[in-house]
Ligand binder design. Structure first.
Ligand code: XIL
Length: 329
């Protein structure tokens, strides 16, 4: 989409945020979103159980509200996700026959991708398929319902179906813990590269890797390794984007100033690593203001203070990490 007036950025890298349909009631929020974002990302509205709650019954109302909003504002949009270990409807997980399950997966991708065709710049085709802590005993892939029932081939099946269903959308493998320092993270990055090579070797299209970017205010980014990862992907013609950037601050003591300074530092390092390997297609944050965030529900601070994971605070004022973003995008 065409960048809006307040969206003139340093390097012209589009910025966006995940949003939920219910935040729309908040007009201050909506105005901020419209002003700041080039991209709209429905946070949950395109997940499997929400669009196909019963087999063959599709519900696109909530997703369409968000995609219509994006269209009306000249914003682009991106979708998540077809294959995930979470948010699958019970009917799907009850399918025991692998032939029927493959059919259900392909039908889902065809229907959903077709419904959104022309409105989404990219799709997270698979989300969080890499083993959390890969080693010799557990293998490279996460132990999920999809892996147990269909084996590793569920990944090429999903990419091939998405490529047929929406030839214009960029197809993304999306995952977390790809930016930190240490052997576990080196292994995760290597697994992503090997999946990319396997898909390409089989003639199946993969356009980009999405780095979720759920950062921790206390955990060091490996700027060099992240840049190398981006360069390695670039060498095989695969793009890079950040899809769910936020900063989890539960292990940083102190008040808002200390928390915001620590968050600004990790976001700066993350973006330096991201930009060091190749120009990212877009940077998406997992929410826009601390007023609405998912971190409070899953990783709240222990000291009773509200957490501060996003670029704008609860009063919709920009925080230091917003400046880090704008300086580089
Ligand atoms: C989260 C949403 O933010 C929540 O609202 C929902 O209840 C659960 O999912 N990694 C992902 C996202 O890939 O889809 C998750 O989103 C957050 C972690």
């Amino acid at each position: 989409g065409a960048p809006g007036p307040a969206r003139a950025a340093a390097n012209g890298i589009p910025f966006g945020a995940a949003i939920q349909a219910e935040y729309f009631e908040d007009t201050g929020y909506r105005d901020l979103f419209r002003r700041e974002c080039d991209f709209v990302m429905p946070m949950n509205e395109l997940k499997f159980a929400l669009v196909q709650p019963e087999r063959g019954r599709f519900d696109f109302d909530r997703a369409d509200r968000l995609l219509d909003f994006a269209g009306a504002n000249g914003q682009s949009a991106r979708g998540t996700t077809f294959v995930w270990w979470s948010t699958n409807p019970p009917w799907l997980e009850a399918i025991a026959d692998p032939v029927d399950l493959e059919r259900a997966l392909v039908e889902h991708i065809e229907r959903v991708a077709d419904h959104c065709k022309g409105r989404l710049a990219s799709w997270d085709v698979v989300n969080e398929v890499i083993a959390h802590d890969p080693d010799e005993n557990c293998g490279p892939l996460r132990d999920t319902f999809w892996l147990r029932r269909l084996g590793p081939r569920h990944i090429p099946i999903a990419f091939a179906a998405a490529a047929r269903a929406d030839p214009g959308a960029r197809l993304v493998l999306n995952d977390y813990d790809l930016e930190f320092r240490g052997p576990r993270f080196d292994r995760r990055r290597a697994i992503v590269l090997s999946i990319v090579r396997q898909l390409q070797g089989a003639g199946i299209r993969i356009d980009a890797v999405g780095i979720q970017g759920h950062l921790y205010a206390h955990q060091a980014i490996d700027v060099e390794a992240l840049a190398r990862f981006g360069a390695d992907l670039k060498a095989v013609g695969v793009a890079l984007l950040a899809t769910e950037l936020d900063v989890i601050d539960f292990q940083v003591p102190g008040g808002p100033e200390e928390i915001d300074a620590a968050a600004g530092k990790v976001v700066g390092d993350f973006l330096d690593g991201l930009l060091g390997g190749q120009r990212p297609q877009t940077v998406i944050t997992w929410g826009l203001t601390d007023r609405y965030n998912w971190v409070e529900d899953v990783m709240p601070r222990g000291d009773g203070q509200p957490c501060r994971p996003l670029p704008f605070d609860r009063e919709l004022r920009p925080k230091p990490w917003y400046a880090e973003l704008r300086r580089r995008l």
